[in-house]
Design a protein around this ligand. Structure first.
Ligand code: NI
Length: 170
C-alpha cells in the first residue's frame, strides 16, 4: 500500500472527467487499497480517484464512527434520487479547512461494482448519501466549491493559492 498525493483546488486536473473502469483487475485493486489508506491517513470520509490524479470511476468512502467500514464504488451510477433536498455542510480533502453548505438529495440509490468487480446496490441517506453525491461530482470534474457563489469561490481560490505558496516556501 502507498499514500497518494491529493490534488488541491484550484488544480485544473480536478476538472478532468473520469472514464469508466474497464476491468476490476490487480491495478484497480491496488488503487483502491492505496486510496483507502490515503483517505484514512487524511481523516477523510470519502475520496475519488480524480483527487489522486487517476481519472477512472473509483470512489472509496467510510462514514462510520469506528472508521472500519470501507465502501468501494467502481463505476457508480445513481438510479434513484429523493425529491427531498437537504442542505448540509461539506468539506473536501482537496480544499482543506474550507466548509460550506451545499444542497443534495436526501436519499439516493446507487449501483456500482465492489472491489472484487461484483455489482451491488446501495441505498443511502444522511451523511453516506451526501458523500456519494460529493464524490460522484469529483468523477465529473466538479469540486463542491463550484456550488458556492462566485464571490465565495474566488475567496477560496485566493486562500488556497496563498496556502500552496506558503507550503512551497517551507
Ligand atoms: Ni471532495
Amino acid at each position: 500500500m502507498a499514500l497518494l498525493p491529493i490534488l488541491k483546488y484550484p488544480d485544473p486536473r480536478l476538472h478532468t472527467r473520469a472514464v469508466p473502469v474497464q476491468s476490476v483487475d490487480h491495478r484497480i485493486q491496488t488503487l483502491v487499497s492505496d486510496m483507502l489508506q490515503t483517505m484514512y491517513e487524511a481523516s477523510g470520509i470519502g475520496l475519488a480517484a480524480t483527487q489522486v490524479d487517476v481519472h477512472e470511476c473509483v470512489i472509496v468512502m467510510d462514514t462510520s464512527e469506528s472508521r472500519d467500514q470501507p465502501v468501494v464504488l467502481i463505476n457508480p451510477e445513481i438510479t434513484e434520487r429523493s425529491e427531498e433536498i437537504v442542505l448540509g455542510e461539506e468539506g473536501c480533502l482537496s480544499v482543506p479547512a474550507v466548509y460550506d453548505k451545499v444542497e443534495r438529495h436526501a436519499r439516493i440509490t446507487v449501483r456500482a461494482l465492489n472491489r472484487d468487480g461484483q455489482p451491488f446496490e446501495l441505498e443511502a441517506e444522511g451523511m453516506p448519501a451526501v458523500c456519494v453525491q460529493h464524490e460522484m461530482d469529483h468523477l465529473r470534474g466538479k469540486v463542491f466549491v463550484e456550488y458556492l457563489s462566485p464571490l465565495k469561490r474566488d475567496r477560496i481560490r485566493t486562500k488556497m493559492l496563498k496556502r500552496s505558496r506558503e507550503e512551497q516556501r517551507r
